[in-house]
Design a protein around this ligand. Sequence first.
Ligand SMILES: [Zn+2]
Length: 443
Amino acid sequence: MRVAAGDVAGILCLVSVAAALDFKYHHAEELEAYLKGVHAAYPSFTHLHSIGRSVEGRDLWVLVLGRFPTHHKIGIPEFKYVANMHGDETVGREMLLHLIDFLVTSYRRDPVITRLLNNTRIHIMPTMNPDGFEATKVPDCYYTPGRYNKNGEDLNRNFPDAFENNNASIQPETQAVMDWIKNETFVLSANLHGGALVASYTFDNGNSVTGSLKGYSRSLDDDVFIHLAKTYSFNHASMYKGTGCDNRQTFPEGITNGYSWYQLEGGMQDYNYIWGQCFEITLELSCCKYPPANQLEKFWRDNKAALIEYIKQVHLGVKGQVTGKNGTPIPNAIVEAKGRAHVCPYRTNQHGEYFLLLLPGTYVINATVPGFKSMLKTVEIPDNTGNFSALKQDFSFPEVSIKPEAPSCPKIPLYQEFERASAAVKPTLHILALMTVMLVIFK
Ligand SMILES: [Zn+2]
């Protein structure tokens, strides 16, 4: 095993880095110093960058970990954790710092963490709302204005919405995350909050097309989302018990559909799923939004295994490349599992790659190069998360020499059109109507 010079230095100052990460709250300067210290100690498998700035000019730091931390490698899925988008929900912020500490000190020592980092690129953003955190001078379990960004906007109501027009003006923190999502091929994500103890999954908003009349807004990937939420709740020390907080709502098995809990517009998890091709769930980690620092060590013990097991789920399903003449990668090809066509079709990235999160089973995967016929392949998907690689299935179109243009999937309420169309047709024509609407929207 080759050990880079920087890592030798890293091992030497390991003690000081580890000692620097106490179980306490880290304010902006300390957080920045910690992340820079980690990168300096472990330069060969970490990459630190800022994806933008908050309203008050604070950097939105992201630490990337993996065997190739600075760039995407074909076949290696991208994963992300984002915390503290509500500035006064603080546990996630510290959990992600401790996760970083655990990952860097376990790499090349713990065989599971080593395989995880060799086969996954992990992006960690401890705070999306650094201004709100700094503005929260007096910790409170229930509510403070630090929830919002400096402009008083709720960042988890600030994204384009698939069900209704979101009139909120997009904030710098939101725009930075939207650009980040656009620039990376994220496959799986979680968004860490506080104020409850539950794993909540998409959709947060809905209409009659997704079943909102029955009080549950269901995506076509509902089975996958339930699995993802349960992966967290059952690997958490107590979330799976579903007892909730105090006398507030209880959640069977520690999970809930977002809409069933309460409807919201402009949330980040729905945005990731619709426009980011990334499955995201929302993790509520603490009944008290801003608990005393002396509870952080217990929160870390309660969440550590769940945080790791959740990352492994990025290797569910199937992945591969779509290539054309002479094996040239085809970007923007549509690759979907039959019966699970996304409202904004999932497309290959610039390397012709696709990643589809699917539970073990038999599926028909449909690859379409716009302007050419589709190719169908039946795949048998095993549970591959323990192998740190999804099933591989490539598609070859040797007659294709074009590179389709990047299509625009408009940031409008895509499901409104579905609702109008479905209200007008018989149930048997439902799917046909949906497909027609899609053509109208996307061509
Ligand atoms: Zn929150």
